[in-house]
Design a protein around this ligand. Sequence first.
Ligand code: URA
Length: 225
Amino acid sequence: MSHKRIDAHLSKLGYCTRGDARKFMKIHEIKIGSERVYNPSIKAKHDELTIDNQPLDDETLTILIHKPSGVVCSHDDSGKLIYSLLPTRWQNRNPIFSTIGRLDRDTTGAILITDNGALNHKLTSPKSNISKIYKVTLAHPLKGDEIEIFASGNLILNGEEKPLLPAKLTIIDETTVLLEIVEGKYHQVKRMFGAVSNRVIALHRISFNNFSVEDLKEGEYKIII
Ligand code: URA
């Protein structure tokens, strides 16, 4: 935890821009320990500072959000971005937040958002083998061989060279299933059902790496790390 100028702390955590720090410090009570300070160039450690008697937001944050349908996991799409569901202060942090992997615009459910680049890299690496559990609603009834095909480790999706790792299919009824996969290929779940002549009509990710959104409503989020 390094000594940094107060304006650097404030702008990094999205409270205000560096240029606005002096004004911000007049309006808000910034203290180092018990001493109120007004000068943005004073250096302090993150943990010594309070704003209006509250500790500063953590220096890195990882959030679990229940993604609603219709929002996109991107920084530059013209649609409604998933980051717009977060508090404005968090949207102004630097480094910025990114989703860990992506869900399609019409997919709902569990996705992590972080400003921890190393963690993001680790969890999205093809070797990470993170469990993701999806609830899938299908256009057509199952045929009966899907559990075996997905578990085989032999299924090669269109355009891919290597087969998918084994995936676990659990049947709820003839058009509703749970699918657990450990990879994250582009449109993987939709393409897997395309490969067995079916079509996904609704897709919900129940959990990512055991982080489940079953206790969050759509659009709700919580800090997990
Ligand atoms: N697989 C898909 O096809 N879409 C998603 O959003 C996630 C996994």
